[in-house]
Design a protein around this ligand. Structure first.
Ligand code: FAD
Length: 463
């Protein structure tokens, strides 16, 4: 299987809406010019939501904060966690057909149940800690824009239900009713279930702040360039790792790779299985028919087919609508679609931007250009890199061939619906827990057996 050479994140990425609105975060450039310490018991690579939550959970589990160092290649949380579309949106049943083929019905049920749990965990966490991240627990619609997709979803729903999946929280609307509840005039059918949205940069920054204030050291603008076995490792039980950066080498016994799409840069054995893909999001200022008391009550995914979709989440905090889109779809030229494989989040694809806005206008004609005042309409567009895996589920756990190294990566553009169980899971494992203690589906574990299966070419995509 051909694999892409994964580099480090580009040095000067574009600035997302979430980053634009959090430029005063005091730790954005933490320890930017400081040399790195010689030793740290735990090193976490990556300061996105995976790295930030893993650190938080290790401290909750009893690790002294001063024993943990986080390295971030650019400013704090500058990857997908500050560039996404803000949706905390579990898959309620749609992916079941594909997960079933890839992982069997038992695992497919667990994958979907885990996503529901993540939404509940995020909600509980934000409530418990009073996290100011504009979290909006609401419902979401899968809006079927074509009969073909309505048929696909109906099949998934039926298969999921027949396999024993919980559908008690899902509502179905056909034809006229779907158009009324979603306000999308071309809707063929719709499904609704609990989901939410958040300001993802604020959530990640909150997590980092808690840990930093307890004593964790975060080194920003400090990419890890290699992790090699330290000469001082005495035996297989006591392996130490030299974590190399441009500002010095730090020795650690535990290294956690929370680098998502970029994981294969330091773990080339994953380069066949994690592929960086560009995705794009857009902020849109709505006109009167969609502002104030007319704000959209729920979030949505406008679905033309399994791979051709647009997400819509209107923020309670300011009414701004966030439109998310993958780079490739049938309306996008082959050249633009091919650019999705370039792991460069400095550039915005104008074709994707225009197509996203056009699709939104087609669904909500009150937002057509001619009907907007100056200052309404498209506010900003930005790009981010997602980490696609060949079997549509993340890699979590111990890297068997590298004792002391762990991974929590490969979220398939869906991390907000997964990381809140995966990062606590990896922290539990590091602290000596078993896979059962994580409560995660077994198929998420990075075992040699899974990698061997993937090497033989098992693959499929839900996203
Ligand atoms: C446009 C877009 C829209 C999306 N929309 C949604 C959505 O609505 N809902 C959803 O659930 N998910 C969405 N996602 C996906 C979601 O954002 C990710 O799954 C999630 O943020 C991954 O978090 P992470 O911490 O694993 O990775 P990241 O946030 O990417 O963090 C990894 C960090 O590691 C750093 N890094 C990489 N290599 C190194 C190195 N060698 N040394 C030091 N640092 C390094 C990077 O700079 C980065 O900050 C979207 C993604 C994008 C790009």
């Amino acid at each position: 299987m051909e694999s892409q050479k994964i580099t480090l994140p580009v040095a000067r990425p574009c600035v997302s809406f979430w980053q634009q609105t959090t430029r005063s975060f005091p730790y954005l450039h933490a320890n930017k010019n400081e040399p790195v310490p010689e030793e740290s018991k735990y090193v976490i690579i990556g300061s996105g939501i995976s790295g930030a939550l893993t650190a938080f959970e290790l401290i909750q589990g009893g690790v002294p904060a001063g024993d943990i160092t986080i390295f971030e290649a650019r400013e704090a949380a500058s990857g997908a966690s500050s560039r996404n579309a803000g949706h905390v949106r579990p898959d309620a049943f749609r992916g079941f057909q594909v997960y079933k083929q890839l992982h069997g019905p038992g695992q497919a049920l667990k994958i979907i149940a885990n996503e529901k749990l993540v939404f509940e965990r995020v909600k509980e966490f934000v409530d418990k800690h009073g996290v100011q991240c504009d979290f909006n627990p609401t419902t979401t619609f899968d809006v079927c824009m074509t009969q073909e997709f309505a048929d696909f979803n109906a099949r998934s729903f039926k298969e999921y239900q027949e396999a024993g999946g919980d559908v008690s929280h899902i509502k179905f609307y056909g034809g006229e009713e779907a158009r009324r509840v979603t306000r999308v005039q071309k809707a063929v059918a719709a499904y609704e279930w609990p989901a939410g949205s958040s300001h993802p940069a604020k959530l990640t920054q909150w997590l980092l702040t808690q840990s930093i204030e307890k004593g964790i050291r975060l080194f920003t603008h400090c990419p890890v360039t290699s992790v090699t076995r330290s000469a001082s490792s005495s035996s297989t039980d006591q392996v130490a790792w030299d974590v190399e950066t441009p500002r010095g080498t730090i020795k650690a016994s535990t290294v956690v790779h929370c680098t998502n799409a970029f994981a294969p840069h330091l773990l080339p054995q994953l380069s066949q299985f994690i592929t960086p893909n560009r995705a794009q999001a857009h902020a849109f200022v709505p006109p009167a028919p969609l502002n104030s008391s007319n704000i959209l009550p729920g979030t949505m995914s406008l679905r033309h087919s399994l791979k051709h979709f647009y997400s819509v989440a209107q923020r309670r905090a300011d009414g701004i609508i966030i439109l998310g889109a993958p780079i490739a779809n049938p309306n996008i030229s082959a050249a633009a679609a091919a650019s999705r494989l370039v792991a460069d989040d400095a550039i915005v694809n104008e074709e994707v931007r225009d197509d996203s806005v056009k699709n939104f206008e087609a669904c909500f004609p009150e937002c057509e250009k001619g009907k907007l005042s100056h200052g309404e309409g498209l506010l900003h567009a930005w790009t981010g890199i997602i980490g696609m895996t060949t079997d549509s589920v993340p890699f979590v756990g111990k890297i068997e061939s590298l004792p002391g190294q762990w991974v929590c990566a490969g979220f398939n553009g869906h991390g907000m619906a997964r990381i809140f169980t995966c990062a606590p899971g990896v922290a539990k494992l590091i602290l000596g827990g078993s896979w059962d203690d994580t409560g995660l589906p077994e198929c998420f574990e990075i075992t040699e057996e899974r990698l061997e299966k993937l090497r033989k070419g098992v693959s499929g995509s839900v996203f």
